[in-house]
Design a protein around this ligand. Structure first.
Ligand SMILES: NC(=O)C1=CN([C@@H]2O[C@H](COP(=O)(O)OP(=O)(O)OC[C@H]3O[C@@H](n4cnc5c(N)ncnc54)[C@H](O)[C@@H]3O)[C@@H](O)[C@H]2O)[C@@H](O)CC1
Ligand SMILES: [K+]
Length: 510
């Protein structure tokens, strides 16, 4: 699903209005009417009838006046409050403000502190608040009276419908600019925006509906959109044809495990099989080979040179031989990391140009020497802690600048990055950003990352590009977790529950 930044949205509107000649006031009419229809649905469902529209001074406010006009025509008790003076309104917004004034709809300014008391009382007596203060035109932080109005909206505990973007939310980053409206529902115009899809934006947007307002969809390509929300439409699994054998579905070599982390190797290898990989070979320290082989009937295991239960650099030649007869490689789950094995990981990456998934301790092994991955067919799957070690950035800096951090990393190393978090973000070497739409907090459990690494490896082994393997991997990993949640809830969910629901998740595609 296409996602546009505020800058791209403005470019699209400019082409639509100035080049194609679609009247801007028509776009505003559609935006307002689509929002009004959503409000009407809520009023009917909840058997309510009184609405307050709070409009800012720009076109987001203009949408709000159109909402008010439609609701008034449907017999709704509607009042409009401006966070600025009537005289400050111009353009399309002014045309619609004049119309509602001419219709005798109640309009009042809330520009002084003494007005706030009156607004508070009116809010208390109303059922639904329409937030039309700021949309994609927000710049910098919100302060003053408007900030107090937003805080009043949030404390009123009413149903809130935000026009285009919850006011105060940065449309591009999802950051809160001083304060932001917590919406029950957001009706966003024509295309999703990145800030609605990652935290904290997700918490403020509530349920998001994309309203069609008449802008041609093809304009998104014209402005070179590069953000996408991964939905089931994007991850259809190709049908398997009859005359195939397991070799057609790829041979993966997984290098994982150590004496006190055998489960990670198990989960990764088992997940790769479950996600359709034709043949999985699992290389582990020889002292744990029998333990791991136990539950892994479908996987061939290899016990390699080790030191005290941790793979040692002496295993390099055996690994390179195994790589010869494999299509893709995954390194990391449960490896543990110390100087010796870090050198092993470094030398494996250095000596192959086959697609490689680097997860967990394989990432830690490359801290400070990432140049070895430059331009290779490599997918890295760090969570914020691992990303912090790889980049030297603090976790909060990463969390608050997901897209920038991901893009900077990709620009530098030209690989595929899967930045795992509450909302996992993928950045590809072509500069595209994908945000996942599946998954739930139950999946924040030990081993969940090992399962994801196995799934991404499986798609790579089946011939998917790094970009597609990452996208399919995160989508179906989250989907498996969503199915698991139906059976075991979020608290009781384990990585095994996710793993066991991989087949069910994949079946959703066919
Ligand atoms: N351009 C168009 O033709 C359309 C625009 N639409 C609506 O118009 C919105 C964009 O309208 P605008 O570009 O006028 O901007 P907004 O209406 O989002 O912003 C309102 C105004 O607030 C001021 N402002 C911004 N940040 C502020 C801050 N931190 N403190 C105080 N004042 C601040 C700005 O001067 C801006 O003009 C969209 O979000 C959408 O809702 C839609 O109706 C679709 C059509
Ligand atoms: K808004």
């Amino acid at each position: 699903m296409i996602v546009l930044t505020s800058k791209q949205m403005r470019e699209v509107e400019k082409i639509a209005i100035e080049k194609i000649g679609i009247p801007s006031i028509g776009l505003m009419e559609n935006a307002g009417r689509e929002t009004a229809l959503e409000v009407k649905k809520i009023l009917e469902e909840e058997n309510l009838n009184s609405v307050i529209v709070i409009s800012g001074k720009g076109n987001n406010g203009g949408d709000g006046y159109v909402v008010a006009r439609n609701l008034y025509n449907w017999g709704v008790d509607v009042k409009v409050f401006l966070t600025t003076s009537l005289g400050a309104i111009s353009g399309d917004a002014k045309v619609n403000l004049d119309a509602i004034l001419n219709m005798g709809i109640y309009v009042a300014e809330i520009t002084q502190r003494e007005h706030l008391k009156f607004l508070e009382k009116t809010i208390k007596d109303s059922d639904v608040i329409v937030d039309a203060i700021y949309g994609i035109g927000l710049k910098g932080e919100i302060s003053g009276i408007t900030k107090e109005i937003i805080e009043m909206i949030n404390q009123a505990n009413k149903i809130v419908v935000s026009v285009d973007i919850p006011s105060g939310l940065n449309a591009d980053t999802g950051k809160i600019e001083g304060c932001a409206v917590r919406a029950t529902k957001t009706v966003t115009m024509q295309f999703l925006k990145p800030g609605l899809l990652v935290y904290p934006g997700v918490d403020y947007a509530g349920e998001v509906r994309v309203a069609e307002i008449g802008i041609p969809y093809r304009l998104a390509a014209e402005v070179g959109y590069n953000y996408n929300l991964v939905t089931s439409e994007d991850v259809k699994l190709p049908k398997r044809h009859g005359n195939t054998h397991k070799g057609d579905y790829g041979k993966a070599l997984i290098i994982a495990g150590s004496k006190n982390m055998t489960g990670a190797a198990y989960l990764c290898a088992k997940s790769a099989i479950k996600a359709g990989c034709g043949l999985v070979k699992l290389a582990v320290p020889q002292s744990v080979q029998s333990v791991i082989q136990g539950g892994l009937y479908e996987v061939i295991t290899y016990g390699l040179e080790e030191q005290n239960g941790i793979l040692s650099h002496n295993a390099l030649s055996s690994v390179l031989e195994l790589i010869e007869e494999s299509d893709v490689i995954a390194i990391g789950p449960g490896l543990t990391h110390d100087r010796d094995i870090s050198q092993l990981v470094y030398d494996i990456v250095k000596n192959t140009d086959k697609p490689v998934v680097l997860d967990a301790d394989a990432l830690n092994a490359l801290v400070g020497r990432l140049e070895v991955i430059q331009g290779k067919k490599i997918i890295l799957t760090p969570h914020y802690g691992e990303m912090s070690r790889l980049t030297g950035l603090k976790i909060d800096e990463i969390k608050n600048n997901l897209f920038e951090v991901a893009k900077t990393f990709i620009d530098r190393y030209k690989v595929t990055l899967v930045l795992k978090g509450a909302k996992t973000v993928i950045a590809t070497k072509e500069g595209s950003i994908y945000i996942n739409s599946t998954g739930n907090p139950g999946m924040a459990t030990a081993g969940s990352g090992d399962v994801l690494a196995g799934m991404i490896t499986a798609f790579l082994a089946q011939g998917f590009s790094e970009e597609k393997a990452a996208i399919y991997g995160i989508f179906y990993h989250g989907k498996a977790g969503d199915i698991a949640k139906e059976y075991v809830g979020e608290y009781g969910m384990t990585a095994m529950d996710i793993l066991e629901n991989i087949p069910e998740a994949l079946k959703c595609s066919l």
